[in-house]
Design a protein around this ligand. Structure first.
Ligand code: SF4
Length: 64
């Protein structure tokens, strides 16, 4: 699984970094979240899906 953030939509609330800090990191300077992995490790896939579901503007794009 791969995941990316659509920065046209991200509103920078940092929720994804709270739900799955192993994959998302909140950048305080830019006030945006970053994806820190190329490929999501299998053990974190469920958390990434949950982060995507909870992302209010739908900015997290999951690619299988
Ligand atoms: S949860 Fe969505 S809107 Fe919030 S920082 Fe993460 S990608 Fe951006």
């Amino acid at each position: 699984m791969k995941v990316r953030i659509d920065y046209d939509l991200c509103m920078g609330d940092g929720n994804c970094a709270k739900v799955c800090p192993e994959v998302f990191r909140y950048d305080d300077d830019q006030m945006l979240a970053r994806v820190t992995v190329d490929e999501v490790p299998a053990e974190y896939e469920q958390k990434v899906v949950r982060a995507a579901e909870e992302c209010a503007p739908g900015a997290i794009v999951v690619e299988q």
